[in-house]
Design a protein around this ligand. Structure first.
Ligand code: SAM
Ligand code: FES
Length: 344
């Protein structure tokens, strides 16, 4: 298929045969058409609306040891922190006054936050901010734990699958972690009734185009409400310190492909995209993304949640500068809205 036929077929059918997906992933010839079509589809479903999520990175302790991640357990150069319930609630209060109607509580897998503690925090946020969505992103848990958080008032859950290929998964994670359990978590979350977000890093070490195809097929099966992707970015204190960063161009291409596959999905222009290029998140919006997740954590801990090097967190992109953010989004051709921003 020529580039135009590839893009037209994807837009019409929301999927492609394997060889066509591989061809589309590997060429830049279709990019201009792909981005234009993705933008047309996002405008047809969501208009120019960009939803904001206030990201609260509440702990950088983690019991896991993913080879790519800067806050992995064995990185002893990290200055570890935890936010108290009061600190988390004051982040939410600040976010609410800035117009945020979704709070994302993200952290490493930190056993300090037992189900009881986490449920206490979630139900307190639910009570104080009844009009807001609460998103959790705290890793792999039992179905019973996910159910408890849901019952306490959480609505959404972000858990990237990272890669849907078994062999590739095993090259990114220690043997104590498995793709099987990751997938089990995602299907459990969906069944419980969460709006679920999955996704992968683009250009993670050893990733092949076939791996990305496998990711697309997995997403077709899971049908998540949210899909978070961003370039892999290297961190000096991980086993992958000598590996190259993922590519901006391939991330943008995948964003557009995902928008055409899942017209209604909530797709963030991620922090990693804004880190790899100063205009990365604006480019992401123009390639089909419709969500931005500014940092709402207390300023003194932001640098400590360093998943990868040079992570943006303190400048105009931070949550407290709503007017800077609004201007950037408007310059890209869209507008931020004060809304929970549920999936349509
Ligand atoms: N512990 C939770 C979990 O595992 O889902 C949430 C925190 S985890 C650090 C959030 C995401 O950061 C991961 O799903 C991964 O995709 C991303 N991440 C970690 N290290 C990264 C890196 N070096 N480059 C890009 N993204 C990275
Ligand atoms: Fe914390 Fe991977 S290192 S979840």
């Amino acid at each position: 298929m020529d580039p135009k036929t590839l893009v037209d077929t994807l837009a019409a059918e929301h999927t492609l045969p394997d060889d066509a997906f591989l061809a589309l992933l590997e060429t830049d010839e279709a990019d201009a058409l792909l981005f234009a079509e993705a933008d047309r589809v996002r405008r047809a479903v969501y208009g120019t609306d960009v939803y904001l999520r206030g990201l609260i990175e509440f702990t950088n302790f983690c019991k896991n040891n993913c080879y790519y991640c800067g806050i992995r357990r064995d990185n002893h150069n990290v200055s570890r922190y935890r936010l108290s319930e009061e600190e988390i609630l004051s982040c939410c209060a600040e976010g609410y006054s800035l117009g945020y109607r979704t709070f994302v509580l993200q952290g490493g897998e930190d056993p300090y936050y037992t189900d009881e503690r986490l449920c206490g925090i979630v139900s307190e946020i639910r009570e104080r901010f009844p009009s807001c969505a609460i998103t959790l992103s705290v890793g792999e848990k039992s179905r019973a734990s996910y159910q408890a958080y849901f019952d306490a008032g959480a609505n959404r859950y972000l858990l990237r699958h990272e890669t849907a290929d078994e062999e590739h998964y095993a090259r990114l994670h220690p043997a104590s972690m498995s793709l099987e359990n990751r997938k089990r978590c995602l299907y459990d979350l969906k069944q419980i009734g969460y709006q679920v977000g999955a996704g992968m890093m683009v250009g993670s070490p050893y990733q092949t185009t076939e791996n990305l195809l496998c990711d697309l097929r997995f997403l077709e099966d899971l049908r998540p409400h949210m899909i978070g992707i961003g370039p892999y970015l290297t961190h000096r204190d991980t086993p992958f310190r000598d590996m190259p960063n993922g590519s901006l161009a391939l991330t943008l291409r995948l964003l557009a492909i995902l928008r055409l596959m899942f017209p209604r999905a909530l797709i963030p222009a991620t922090t990693a995209l804004g880190t790899i290029h100063p205009q990365g998140r604006e480019m992401g919006l123009r390639a089909g993304a419709n969500v931005i997740m500014p940092n709402l954590s207390p300023k003194d801990v932001r640098r400590k949640y360093e998943l990868y090097e040079n992570k943006i967190c303190t400048g105009e992109e931070a949550a407290e500068c709503r007017s800077c953010l609004d201007r950037r989004v408007e310059a890209a051709g869209y507008r931020t809205v004060v809304s929970r921003g549920d999936a349509k």
